[in-house]
Ligand binder design. Structure first.
Ligand SMILES: NC(=O)c1ccc[n+]([C@@H]2O[C@H](COP(=O)([O-])OP(=O)(O)OC[C@H]3O[C@@H](n4cnc5c(N)ncnc54)[C@H](OP(=O)(O)O)[C@@H]3O)[C@@H](O)[C@H]2O)c1
Length: 322
């Protein structure tokens, strides 16, 4: 197969473009199935700014028309939720026009278009606390949102990301994967991710403040890649939620990382989104249900977030750049 990865320098794009054919990815997929690892020899073509701007119809249609891929993985996007609130045109360009361009290219070439969505599609104002009887609050233990639940995006980011899903689903062959929170190796070009930011903060500050009023489901980019590969193999189409069926606040993730990596003389404290000064309406609860994904024949078993974080740390150490 020929795969193009758009946004190849971001967290997910980097994982997909660097590790698509990595034997460790094949072993992970095989381990869950209890079978032999099947090596893949796909041709993976990374595309990113500045040479490839997905917002340019001419560049997208010409480049992808020449390549004639079997799959277009659109890992591009802008995840700066607060910043996008005051830059809606950028959000519409990157999450709207760019996806329309990729849809046109997919239609011309017959490629499968893969788009990523987020748990922000379902806005919930705050988490319920023991003391409160607040009608706008959701229990931290509430069941995750399913693919059938009606989206209720609030921020510019969430609204435009939902629009990107809608556009992608108009392609003749498409797959939309939603998840809550992604971590993994980043390049200098990525806008970063929770774990990456925590590492950077823990490395330079004695005391860090991390949100304690958000419920998320962190996933490692390599696990998303494994899930994607198994869904493509199974011929899946439409929308799927990906989760490791485990949830945490960002503070709990920070505390685990802190203990796991043995950072000394550091303090991690909880802070609310309001105290933090978050301006955009970011959802307090982006937990999803992966029941639909779980029944896809041969689908990769996504680990819980602690196992995923352990695996990521081991993976990075094996590269000796951690
Ligand atoms: N990160 C999360 O927690 C999370 C959660 C749920 C869903 N998602 C979704 O998962 C996908 C991947 O996220 P990520 O965290 O890997 O993103 P990321 O690290 O921010 O990377 C996005 C990549 O897209 C590139 N890009 C931006 N505009 C582009 C354009 N016009 N043409 C070509 N490339 C462009 C960026 O390049 P430059 O840096 O050079 O601009 C960057 O390399 C996105 O759709 C995101 O919305 C992410």
């Amino acid at each position: 197969m020929k795969i193009v990865v758009v946004g190849s320098k971001g967290t997910l794009g980097l994982a997909a473009s660097r590790f698509w054919n990595d034997p460790r990815v094949a072993s992970r997929i095989a381990a869950g199935r209890g079978g032999e690892a099947k090596p893949s020899n796909d041709l993976v073509i990374p595309l990113n700014l500045p040479d490839f701007d997905a917002c340019s119809r001419m560049i997208v249609v010409d480049t992808i028309g020449d390549i004639r891929p079997d799959v277009i993985v659109n890992a591009s996007g802008v995840n700066l939720i607060d910043w996008l609130e005051s830059h809606p045109n950028t959000a519409r360009n990157v999450h709207g026009h760019a996806v329309s361009n990729l849809k046109a290219a997919a239609r011309r070439t017959g490629a499968l278009l893969v788009q990523f969505g987020c748990g922000e599609a379902f806005y919930r104002k705050r988490l319920q606390t023991n003391e409160s009887d607040d009608p706008d609050a959701i229990s931290p233990e509430a069941p995750g949102f399913t693919e059938e639940d009606s989206p209720s995006p609030e921020s510019v980011y969430a609204k435009t990301k939902l629009e990107s899903e809608r556009i992608a689903l108009e392609a003749p062959k498409s797959l939309v994967l939603r998840f809550s929170s992604l971590f993994g190796e980043t390049s200098d070009y990525s806008s970063g991710n929770l774990v990456d930011s925590l590492f950077k903060s823990l490395a330079r500050a004695k005391k860090i403040s991390v949100l304690n009023d958000r419920m998320i489901e962190p996933l490692w980019s390599i696990d998303v890649l494994c899930a994607l590969k198994t869904l493509i193999e199974a011929g899946a189409r439409g929308v799927y939620h990906l989760t490791g069926n485990s949830r945490a606040t960002p503070l709990e993730v920070a505390e685990y990382l802190f203990q796991r990596c043995g950072f000394r003389n550091r303090e991690v404290v909880g802070i609310s989104a309001e105290e933090y000064g978050i301006k955009a309406p970011q959802s307090a609860f982006t937990v999803l249900s992966s029941a639909k994904y779980g029944v896809v024949e041969g689908s990769y078993k996504l680990p819980d977030w602690k196992t995923a974080l352990d695996n990521y740390i081991d993976w990075r150490q094996s590269y000796a750049d951690f």
